[in-house]
Design a protein around this ligand. Sequence first.
Ligand SMILES: Nc1ncnc2c1ncn2[C@@H]1O[C@H](COP(=O)(O)OP(=O)(O)OP(=O)(O)O)[C@@H](O)[C@H]1O
Ligand SMILES: [Mg+2]
Length: 159
Amino acid sequence: MFKITTNSAEETENFGKMIATLLRGGDIISFGGDLGVGKTCMIRGIAHGLGVKSNVTSSSFVLMRVLQGRLPVYHFDLYRLSSEDELYDIGYDEFLFSNGVSLIEWSDRLGSLIGDSYLQIDIEYDFDDSREDGGVYRRIITLTPHGERFQKFLEELKK
Ligand SMILES: Nc1ncnc2c1ncn2[C@@H]1O[C@H](COP(=O)(O)OP(=O)(O)OP(=O)(O)O)[C@@H](O)[C@H]1O
Ligand SMILES: [Mg+2]
């Protein structure tokens, strides 16, 4: 496990950019955390770190967007997924188990379909009482590896 605290959207994006340097084709990252906590923000950093030039936005009515960087990047937002059938309709597995990098918001909707090799990134609000504005900018980001690939990944990240 690896934990980091960020104090702004920019810091979260920059952490995403850093993560991107360690990614390779076929990697899957699952994002958990409450509405508006910063999942898309971190994905934006990762995508830009992977060389994506286009805007990376929240896509609540689009289940998946294809972005192109040094690797194909598949940005899933499953918030509005209503049934497993919708996943089969978009052929999700051809993206997930391919040479691209998959970044998945609300991946709990996938259940075990995500497979057993992925990095789980959970983002939480951390209220900072010392701030006059209530400290709504602080986030705790926790990375949990699933499978050997991401155990090694976290060892690299810690260096
Ligand atoms: N430390 C921080 N890290 C990330 N975002 C932050 C931080 N501090 C403030 N923010 C703000 O929080 C918001 C995060 O929005 P974002 O769309 O990334 O969340 P989300 O988790 O993807 O939401 P949704 O559940 O709707 O998909 C942005 O407005 C961002 O500027
Ligand atoms: Mg989002």
